[in-house]
Design a protein around this ligand. Structure first.
Ligand SMILES: Cc1cc2nc3c(=O)[nH]c(=O)nc-3n(C[C@H](O)[C@H](O)[C@H](O)COP(=O)(O)OP(=O)(O)OC[C@H]3O[C@@H](n4cnc5c(N)ncnc54)[C@H](O)[C@@H]3O)c2cc1C
Length: 346
């Protein structure tokens, strides 16, 4: 059977593409190499923009989120409050929530190659082949669909994250409902994300610096600003992953294949925020491929770019953010001072 649409990956990008295709009454299949619920290394921070996409049930919210607290190398601290609260989630619960009401359950299959058969695509999977007219690539940073689009993410951060359990009152007193970002290391940054009865502490550094991430995260958790916040915490989990750092790729499609989420580089380099952008790009890819199915005269690549631009997603192409602002303690200091000035005026 040739499906109209195959979505590869059922994280936030793929799940939202599936929800949109379902709403439009389309015939689709959604695939993932993992069994759900599955963990995804992530701080779980959702800015208030998320509320424009969906209502999140209380029981999957770890904490409401007031805003960002940014620390600079010269001990400057800037609090930047959201106009309305965001929230913090655990990805296993959040991602399962996104797919749980889909009429088509996620099919477990690890896709390793996609072949163009002219009128459709052949997706070769470890659990069998799948055929579809359109492919939505939503498999994260190691995307198979991106290989077919003959493009790559040229700036990636390598990230390490520790999860600690910590007394709830201590989390409240020491961090509260703020996402803390620390611009203390060259070509990257660290963070503390408060959870329910615990915290996540992580770092992300540009891969071309060849960082020793496990050594650097140890330095980070022992930094005098960070160590008191996790004192008496119990280490539960260590994890590593990559984060695209140059914003959406200049090539986001090939034929009837569109890239969404991390596969297409939809992450804000200043904070590593990617969940909202993954979800929004997934929705847009679904809408635009559906329109194309009804009218083949549409230039799919151009229409996708235009919709992304209209939704503000191409503004993420801030390719030089890390080099410009975080290449040295002096630059980071200057950047945090500028944030402080802007915060004082708002
Ligand atoms: C340590 C860390 C902390 C982060 N913190 C935040 C944060 O606080 N807030 C935020 O907004 N963003 C954060 N991000 C970024 C965010 O996690 C990503 O931008 C977001 O998960 C992208 O969603 P996605 O759906 O594109 O990809 P993913 O969430 O990576 O989902 C991809 C899915 O595809 C599946 N898959 C992969 N390959 C295949 C294949 N070949 N075949 C089939 N299935 C496949 C995977 O199993 C997975 O389920 C963080 C990232 C990292 C690494």
């Amino acid at each position: 059977m040739i499906h109209d649409y195959a979505i590869v990956g059922s994280g936030p990008a793929g799940a939202m593409a599936a929800r949109k295709l379902e709403e439009l009454g389309a015939n689709y299949i959604i695939l993932d190499r993992s069994e759900f619920p599955r963990n995804k290394p992530c701080a779980g921070v959702l800015s208030p923009k998320i509320h424009s996409l969906l209502d999140i049930p209380e029981d999957i919210i770890e904490r409401p989120l007031k805003g960002y607290r940014v620390f600079g190398p010269s001990k400057d601290v800037v609090e930047s409050s959201f106009p309305e609260p965001g929230c913090i989630v655990q990805r296993d619960k959040f991602d399962e929530f996104l797919i749980k009401d889909l009429k088509n359950s996620v099919v477990k299959n690890h896709i390793f190659e996609i072949e163009d058969m002219d009128d459709h695509y052949l997706l070769k999977g470890r659990s069998g082949d799948v055929e579809a007219k359109y492919v939505i690539g939503a498999e994260g940073t190691a995307s198979v669909a991106r290989r077919v689009c003959d493009t790559q993410i040229d700036k990636i951060a390598i990230s390490a994250q520790y999860e600690f359990s910590l007394d709830e009152d201590m989390v409240d007193d020491r961090i509260g409902n703020w996402f803390e970002v620390y611009y203390l290391m060259e070509y990257g940054y660290g963070w503390i994300s408060p959870m329910k009865g615990g915290v996540k502490v992580g770092i992300g550094i540009l891969s071309d610096r060849k960082p020793d991430i496990w050594g650097m995260i140890e330095l980070f958790i022992n930094n005098p600003l960070v160590a008191p916040k996790i004192d008496e915490g119990t280490l539960l989990r260590k994890e590593a992953h990559s984060i695209p750092m140059s914003g959406p790729l200049s090539t986001l499609s090939s034929g009837r294949i569109l890239l969404t989420g991390d596969a297409g580089g939809f992450v804000y380099p200043g904070t590593g925020e990617g969940i909202y952008y993954a979800m929004r790009s997934g929705q847009i890819a679904a809408e635009i491929t559906f329109e194309h199915m009804g009218n083949n005269d549409i230039d799919l690549a151009k229409a996708y770019d235009e919709k992304l631009e209209a939704a503000g997603l191409l503004g993420l192409r801030d390719v030089g953010f890390i080099e410009e602002n975080l290449a040295s303690p002096e630059k980071a200091d200057k950047y945090v001072k500028r944030l402080k000035f802007l915060a004082s005026r708002s």
